[in-house]
Write a protein that binds this ligand. Sequence first.
Ligand code: HAM
Length: 426
Amino acid sequence: MKAIQAVRGMRDITPEESGRWAIIEQSIANIFSRYGYREIRMPLVETTALFHRSIGEVTDIVEKEMYTFPDRNDESLALRPEGTAGCVRAVIENGLLNVPQKLWYCGPMFRYEKPQKGRHRQFHQVGAEVFGYADVNVEAEMILLNQRFWNDLGVLDNVNLELNNIGDSEARAHFKQALVSYLSAHTASLDADSVRRLESNPLRILDSKNNGTQSLLNDAPKMVDYLSTGSVERLEKLTSILQKQGVKVKHNQRLVRGLDYYNDTVFEWVSDDLGAQGTVCGGGRYDKLVEQLGGKPTPAIGFAMGLERLYLLLEANQFKSLHDHHRPDAYIIVAAPNYQEYAFQLSEKIRNALPDFAVMQNLAATSMKSQFKKADKSGAKYALVIGEDEVANQTVSLKHLQTGEQFSFGTADDLASLFKHLDTSD
Ligand code: HAM
């Protein structure tokens, strides 16, 4: 029979990969808690209207990438394409906006995009949303948190921060007008997508990948000339705080982001190691969104990083600072199948006594030779060998798999001395 395949653009995370995913997720969870963030978990499905009202009607996501469907009651629902909208809905609905909130989440998102390296239809984001801080300090702290994360994972040299300020809606409206009138006079040099966007979403033309369009933009009006003094100062102050903390900041006037809810600060962390899909993390301020979704006016800012892209980035750098915690510390080898009972007794005793020590018991009836091979392959430091003598005398033989050193211990009364010989460090 023909095997059924996964849905195009949706992939499994295999056991080979999942250990590394877990380490990445643990590192970020740990950093979030060190910066005072708490986790929030939102549903994967929301009403379609939520995304229309927040991400924007004329964005790529809402126009052509959402998985929407009517439920049995004929209400239009959507698989979430991102986390910000759902998080804002959740903080309003759960009455969380009386005090500032620093929240993070992690999970799958869905976009009907053309699948390619680093771009999937089900992908995973770790995101954060902070509510209640209007001052630029929150931007600074958030970007420092990002930087610590890259640093901990050993890829700080492989990512670059790009920063921009897109002003408030008034500034953007004026800039949009100027941009459209400049580009309308040069439509012959614009790519087809940009011509279409001239009507619907002209700011997105700024990040067109088309060379002709990009060179046309060199002489186009500049966003910075339309910003209020407040926005210019915000960008300058943020840049200065970050630089003093050792963050390399690149201003990118053409960074606009693909979602409509942003104002003022927008940023992306981009890598050259990933090919066409180089943005590992993106975010910005969205001071009007809470109100737009029915809450009280609340300044807000957030970011999300794509875990598949992050994984590719770590892979491109040989996972250099990831310790693989998934190799067992000891591998139990039995000389004959009927010694398994004793092996269970021993492995459970060790698990009780050493909670962080991973014991792998060989559960198949195979030869000693093949068990030693498996033990080597597992990366375990020790083999605990159980043979006839060991069962008869209630002992165990410990073999250091790298050095070949061997010791014998009585397990019933001498486990403590066995443990003293176990090196549980990495
Ligand atoms: P976004 O830029 O649409 O922003 O997505 C954030 C990150 O998710 C991207 O930088 C990328 O790493 C990853 N990503 C997006 N689409 C895909 C895909 N099809 N396949 C793989 N990875 C993908 C947001 O989603 C905003 N909600 C971020 C934010 C939070 N802004 C404020 N708060």
